[in-house]
Ligand binder design. Sequence first.
Ligand SMILES: [Zn+2]
Length: 279
Amino acid sequence: VAGTLEAIRDRLDDALAFWLGDAVPPVHRAVAVSGWRRDPDDRFCRRCGESVGAGEAAAIEGLGDAGGCAGCRGRPAIADGVVRLGCYRGHLREWIRRIKYRDRWTEMAAHLGAELGHAIDAARVAARGRSIIVPMPMPWTRRLYRGIDHARVIADGAASVLHAPVLRVLSRSGGPTQAGLSRSTRLRFRSRGMVVRRRPGGWQLGGLDIVLVDDVLTTGASMRAAVRALRGVADGRILAAVLAVADPPSRHARADSESPGRAVPTPDRGLPSLPGRVG
Ligand SMILES: [Zn+2]
């Protein structure tokens, strides 16, 4: 009977979508139909967030310069640790694009934010009761244009699971986006317009762990700039928590060869320059 009711409900959803021009399916249904699940801890590097093979995970010794995966060892760490839901491809990529660009899909952003909260909790990287959630800032001009501050909605979702406050510690002045800038120009924009509020809402940041939340980690440049800015006011750990990490293409090949039956690979790197594809 339950199955029949579900089938009827789905038919009604489809009919309503047809008549009302509903752009997005209910989140619970989209997730259930996809079969998507967040990555287990041993599928990504805790230091850089990129995908690792099952054998490689055991070799990541710690988050310092001597630790990390083959891709990040010896390179400066982005933050004091990275937590992610998955790599930027398949269903997760499609949902994030619909959150940001097409549909302003707030419900999905909140749902994936809560998933991220569970992932952070499971990773035990941020101290319970001594952590704050900080959304990655977006220039107000882009917020106006997009109509959704997706990092804020994701942060709220994570906070609902972690019972931690969301504080806008960072803001960002409007400026040129990364797309279209030469490498030398990009380097000159290292601070990326990050502005720190030293006592947001009257909070003292000393002694608190900071969970910096964003949707996608691509080059890591914006995340690094944010972490640098936060180091000036916070002495606790700073964790980067993102819905997805855009792996370099070589990683895709490895992840696919080691786990048959995963999502069909989609070309992530050859995207046309979408607005706001900032690392
Ligand atoms: Zn790594």
